[in-house]
Write a protein that binds this ligand. Sequence first.
Ligand code: TNX
Length: 534
Amino acid sequence: MKMLRSISAIILLFMVMGLYSCSKEKGATLSQHSIIPLPVSVSDKEGSFQLNGKTKIVMLGDAAQINSVAEYLKSSVYSLTELNLGTEEQDQENAIVFDLSSASGLEAEGYRLDISEKQIRITAAQPAGLFYGLQSLKQLIPAHGKDLKGTNNSFTIPGGTIEDKPEYAYRGMMLDVARHFFSVEDVKHLIDQIAEYKINHLHLHLSDDQGWRIEIKSWPLLTTIGGSTQVGGQGGGYYTQEDYKDIVRYAQNQFITIVPEIDMPGHTNSALASYGELNPGITVPEKGALPYDRTNLGVDGMATPLYTGTEVGFSTLATDKEVTYRFIEDVIREISEITPGPYFHIGGDESHVTALEDYIPFIEKAQEIVTKYGKKTMGWDEVAHAKLLPSSVAQYWDKAENAVMAIEQGSQVLISPAKKAYLDMKYDSTTHIGYTWAALIELDDAYNWDPTELNEGIKRENILGVEAPLWSETISTRAEIEYLTFPRLPAIAEIAWTPKNLRDWNSFSRRIAWHGQRWEAKGVNFYRSPKVVW
Ligand code: TNX
């Protein structure tokens, strides 16, 4: 009897071990993925695909349109696995097939990703859809340390089907390159990181009190004087138009549209320091002991000193001078000519020393000029005080009533509430960089909100999309950009991509941990939120 019992115990033990090794062999199923943003639907299928040294890429459809996506996949797979994928025309066995076909019935940025033993197939109606399909695929390639890379390796990708498309058309991030300047290389590196989260707009805040960061050929002092410094007083810098075009092209290759912003009529000290004729000589309200030199700010037509502090709201262009409109027209024209995207952002925020009766006609004129050069106007929510065109977009950062005012004029809104979406807010009181004026924003705070629940006057159809702005008063290095951006940007990206009813914090916090491993492996800095088991 005793013996029988121990035999059955041993049999049981073997059965359990068998089950365990079997499930280990099978590996994770597709539905256990860590894809961010969460796809609309994921279903499992028997079997798995082995990505190995013999896997090749097959392009079905207009090769001219698929080529750059295929090249991008090759270089991503190489950096993840050190496998060199070849290209093949016929044989679809052991292949990643890009199928670009308008007959697929998929929406513009949508895709279907099919994984079987024989092949991985990404189907889309547009190249952007293929690109998002491959971004999801990249996140299915197991993260390995250096030692596991190499041409003899094989990477298991579980079988199944993903069908996916974005909730919002505009999924953005903003980088302030004015308070601190960031090099072309830093911007490109950021583009590489955010493209993985299916972000499709990068808004560049190209001018502010502390610096003018884009070459304007007809007003050269803007950069030589206005671009010469930054917060804290160090070097500054600016993009030549060639640099800017380079950024635009680089972003385009990852389906990211650059949205240039020239902030006006406030936030313009760097322009006033370059060209005194733009200075109205307004009387600046004294705010106690001034931490900086405001000589000439109150003197009509005199260039102001460069500013390297972090106050806001003290500068304005002369809204009643003809030269100001020649100036903004030249600026809008030159930048629009090198911007293929549809938007030109005119800022318009915190113009505290521009009287409202001057502010309104100024914004309306700026909007007219933007339209003249073939672009749509974007502006921070204050621009809703002016008469907006239906094609204009108000960016809600501060006041819901401004956003509602824009909606009542027939405009759409871009959602960037400072309390939820500002990447320059500290995570908690101990964060060594960032601000606290709007809120402390932990990872779950950045995740647990929805654009349609902010104000009853802002409905789904009024919303163009979501953008996470990163202001740079307190940051000056790539590592600092990354620390504030990750992991919050992926949280905002999921709000912008994934339908509200599918989003779930527990699922997100599990998936983001896997991304932490990836960031660690590629040397991307990030905040290890205590809300996540990394
Ligand atoms: C407010 S947000 C600003 C920026 C600052 C930011 C700092 C907005 C439209 N204006 O000028 O950089 O706060 O968080």
